[in-house]
Design a protein around this ligand. Structure first.
Ligand SMILES: NC(=O)c1ccc[n+]([C@@H]2O[C@H](COP(=O)([O-])OP(=O)(O)OC[C@H]3O[C@@H](n4cnc5c(N)ncnc54)[C@H](O)[C@@H]3O)[C@@H](O)[C@H]2O)c1
Length: 323
């Protein structure tokens, strides 16, 4: 991929966030000329500390035309990750989510065409499958959103399809499953499971598990997601508007993941069991065959390696904050 990205101008929306900043690191590493567009609503400049002298940063919203114009300056490929990211939050604030995710994606696509962008790679979500119990999930499954967040990601995919059809923009939607890794926020009320487990374990609090913990998720280390994004950015030949699942292709019970994490830290696994959360799906696992065949995606980082790296990062962040 190094030669394909060398000198290429790319724009990453949401590039100061958890996944976006790892993507920016990788793009800088292969010689791309990167502009980040981010309003820092949930992201942070500290996530870009390692590359701050080598990226152009535009602080602004994807909803602001001038910010989009400045950020897209001669970009060939846009990775569109900026979003209102919480599904439970979107139930309480539907309009806020709709504006950023649906109107924001539409505005990005309009600006991309005006700026002569060739390809857009969009961060979609496994949430689009809703509460379907089919497992593993293939891209051909029906879309059954159960939150405004999920609906907005489905709308984003459809908008990409329209812009491909009408304007010939090359588009890829990647449906991320449960991504985890360094820089993921553990502080929010809607923190993802692994971030919440890490913070509880490191603070010496018991891990809270909803239900019996036998519910399964496809937890994917962020490095694997970055690999898939990078592959989509330069895949030769685009046939229509393509959609791919991004996960490990393996279902992991939540309680097992928490137990592995406790084991890595040498702690006793002694969780608090809470009532099941209404609306939680029992099983969610990706079929990643299409991404393998079409993008050459191959998860390189195992679940356990990812958990070790993630815990080490939370530990070092806590140590730095305490110093
Ligand atoms: N983390 C996961 O497990 C997961 C799963 C499925 C999909 N996704 C998608 O991946 C993408 C990245 O998610 P993340 O987990 O890194 O979250 P994140 O909150 O760390 O990143 C989102 C980034 O977008 C920025 N942003 C938000 N609204 C903006 C706006 N109006 N204009 C400009 N920037 C804005 C935020 O400041 C932040 O830097 C999102 O689109 C999310 O929906 C994430």
């Amino acid at each position: 991929m190094k030669t394909s990205y060398q000198g290429m101008r790319v724009c990453v929306t949401g590039g100061a966030g958890f996944i976006g900043s790892h993507l920016v690191d990788a793009l800088v590493d292969v010689g791309a000329s990167v502009t980040v567009l981010d309003d820092l609503s949930t992201g942070s400049l500290s996530n870009l500390a390692g590359v701050q002298d080598r990226v152009r940063f535009v602080r602004g919203s994807i909803l602001d035309e001038e910010s989009r114009r400045r950020a897209l300056d001669e970009a060939a490929v846009v990775f569109h990750l900026a979003a209102y990211v919480s599904a439970p939050g979107s139930v309480k604030e539907p309009m806020a989510c709709h504006r950023v995710n649906t109107e924001g994606t539409l505005a990005m696509l309009e600006s991309c065409v005006a700026a002569g962008v060739r390809r857009v790679v969009f961060a979609s979500s496994a949430a689009v499958y809703g509460d379907s119990e089919v497992t593993p999930k293939r891209e051909s499954e029906p879309i059954l959103p159960c939150s405004v967040y999920a609906q907005s990601k489905a709308a984003g995919e459809h908008l990409l399809r329209v812009w491909n059809h009408v304007h010939g923009l090359e588009t890829f939607s990647l449906r991320f499953f449960n991504v985890f890794g360094p820089r993921q926020l553990a502080s929010s009320a809607y923190a993802a499971a692994i971030a919440a487990f890490a913070s509880a374990l490191l603070e010496g609090r018991p891990v809270t598990i909803f239900g019996d913990g036998g519910q399964t998720r496809d937890f994917v280390p962020v490095a694997n997601v970055v690999q898939c994004l990078m592959r989509a950015g330069v895949r030769r030949g685009a046939s229509g508007s393509e959609v791919f699942n991004v996960g490990m292709g393996r279902a992991q019970a939540i309680r097992d993941v928490a137990a592995i994490m406790a084991g890595i830290l040498g702690r006793r696994f002694d969780p608090v069991w809470a009532s099941p959360r209404p609306g939680d799906v029992r099983h969610s696992c990706a079929d990643v065959g299409a991404a393998r065949r079409s993008l050459g995606y191959e998860p390189q980082v195992s679940l356990e390696e990812g958990l070790r790296e993630t815990l080490a990062w939370y530990q070092s962040t806590r140590a730095a904050a305490a110093a």
